[in-house]
Design a protein around this ligand. Structure first.
Ligand code: AMP
Ligand code: ZN
Length: 458
């Protein structure tokens, strides 16, 4: 392996050379959805970003040497509330929501994780973890609840590095008489009749959200693993508390060596929210005419997402989707023309991805390959990003999609440029025409030397 993978680690605030615990068994955990409602377009970001990381790790270490776990949170107060509101059972709600979620991620061409553990299938592991924390002196039972004793952990807060006052203010949101310390958080809480619950040493109850991820990551990846990911909003308190639970239960200095967080997505310059009316689900984007008045292919969405560096905020616009679509049309046109087999993997492309998943740079390299007509290398590299897996024929435009007058105008301009021997301009115009989904054929009259161009769809 020539490329060296470097990843930005939220834990150290540094870009580090990735050193796997065991190169034959790379372990990655990403916090998955709470299945109470359709996934929105912001949720698509960690799905696509960490799928890309998974693909890069598989490329570098071999597909059989990477284990990717993404959980499904199917017990949560938001789920209970929504099921009550819709007057359906919790099981019905979580099953239906999960089915749509699985379809969404497949449409975005995300590989299925190796394990998708469900919280409700890991209750015994969660109870065992809480018992361990109580035995270790890091948790206490009070009033049917079990709380994590934050002051019992000397270096609590090392991931978010928030000032203590901030953390206390955040934790004050749920003041409760059974809490010893202001920052203590819930591991287990009692369930009322009608609420989902399980028998436990502390009575009938259910787990806290943070506990779920600690129990599931431990079960499937062990006490210490390589990479833990999620959106930036999860750093505090969710990831901080996962770390507290896992480290205090098993007595290690870290839970995962590398912590990665994607930046947030906003829509046309504004925070996405239901009240602003710019809230959009993946399902709506792909199957309804809600964004820009039309539906979009999953691959367009994926490319638009990867054009942004994963740690930066991204602005979701119709224009960005249109640009991504044009790019894909151009690339698929090249595939139709050359019908290549996947070639060798471009080194600058892999280097870009190894540079903390620099997808904008990697995509610039794809443009370079397409521009040079190296369709075989383009196909190989794009496939690694989860792109260009489609049948090129399905991206063919029909005559009705094409603005014939515009094609004629561009062809005339291109002929003028060629007559003036301005080849840079004629090449630029050629690219534009091809990008419209049009094939052009040049001819030169043997007698007069006059240039002409024919065109057809395809
Ligand atoms: P949630 O369902 O809110 O727990 O979110 C699931 C995942 O999506 C988490 O990794 C969040 O950090 C991430 N996420 C939620 N909203 C956004 C957003 N607007 N932009 C990027 N990531 C987000
Ligand atoms: Zn989690």
């Amino acid at each position: 392996m020539s490329a060296v993978l470097k990843l930005y680690n939220t834990l150290t605030r540094e870009r580090e050379i990735f050193a796997p615990i065991d190169p034959a068994r790379i372990r990655l955990y990403v916090c998955g959805p709470t299945v109470y409602d359709f996934a929105h377009i912001g949720n698509a970001r960690p799905l696509i970003v960490f799928d890309t990381l998974y693909r890069v790790l598989r490329e570098l270490y071999g597909a059989d040497h990477v284990k990717y776990v993404r959980n499904i949170t199917d017990v949560d107060d938001k789920i209970n509330a929504r099921a009550a509101e819709r007057k359906i059972s919790i099981r019905e709600l979580t099953e239906a929501t999960n089915a749509v979620f699985q379809q969404d991620v497949a449409d975005l061409n995300c590989l299925p994780p190796d394990v998708q553990p469900r919280a409700t299938e890991h209750i015994a592991e969660m109870i065992a973890l809480v018992e361990k924390l109580i035995a270790n002196g890091h948790a206490y039972a009070a009033d049917g609840h079990v709380l994590f004793d934050v002051p019992s952990m000397k270096d609590y807060g090392g991931l978010s590095r928030r000032p203590l006052d901030d953390m206390i203010a955040g934790a004050r949101v749920d003041v409760a008489p059974y809490k010893r310390g202001e920052m203590d958080f819930v591991l287990w809480k009692p369930s009322k009749e009608g609420e989902p619950g399980w028998d436990s040493p502390w009575g009938f109850g259910r787990p806290g959200w943070h506990l779920e991820c600690s129990a599931m990551s431990h079960k499937h990846l062990g006490e210490v693993f390589d990479i833990h990911g999620g959106g930036i909003d999860l750093v505090f308190p969710h990831h901080e508390n996962e770390i507290a639970q896992t480290r205090c239960a098993f007595g290690h200095d870290v839970m995962a060596n590398v912590w990665m967080h994607n930046g947030f997505l906003q829509v046309e310059g504004e925070k996405m929210s239901k009240s602003l009316g710019n809230f959009i689900t993946i399902h709506e984007l792909l199957h309804e005419d809600k964004f820009g008045g039309r539906a979009w292919k999953g691959e367009v969405l994926r490319l638009a997402m990867l054009r942004g560096a994963y740690r930066q905020p991204i602005d979701w616009t119709v224009k960005a989707l249109e640009e991504a679509e044009k790019t894909l049309q151009r690339w698929y046109a090249l595939l139709r023309e050359q019908k290549p087999e996947a070639g060798e993997l471009s080194e600058p492309f892999l280097d870009a991805l190894c540079d903390d998943l620099n997808t904008p740079k990697a995509i610039a390299e794809l443009h370079q390959l397409a521009g040079a007509g190296e369709a075989d290398k383009l196909l190989r590299a794009a496939n690694l990003l989860g792109l260009l897996h489609d049948d090129p024929a399905s991206w063919t435009k029909t005559a009705a999609d094409i603005d014939a007058a515009l094609v004629e105008k561009l062809i005339a301009e291109r002929l003028d440029a060629r007559r003036a021997k301005n080849f840079a301009e004629s090449d630029r115009l050629r690219d534009l025409i091809v990008a419209m989904g049009v094939k052009i054929m040049d001819a030169k009259d043997k007698q007069t030397g006059e240039l002409s161009t024919r065109w057809e769809v395809g």
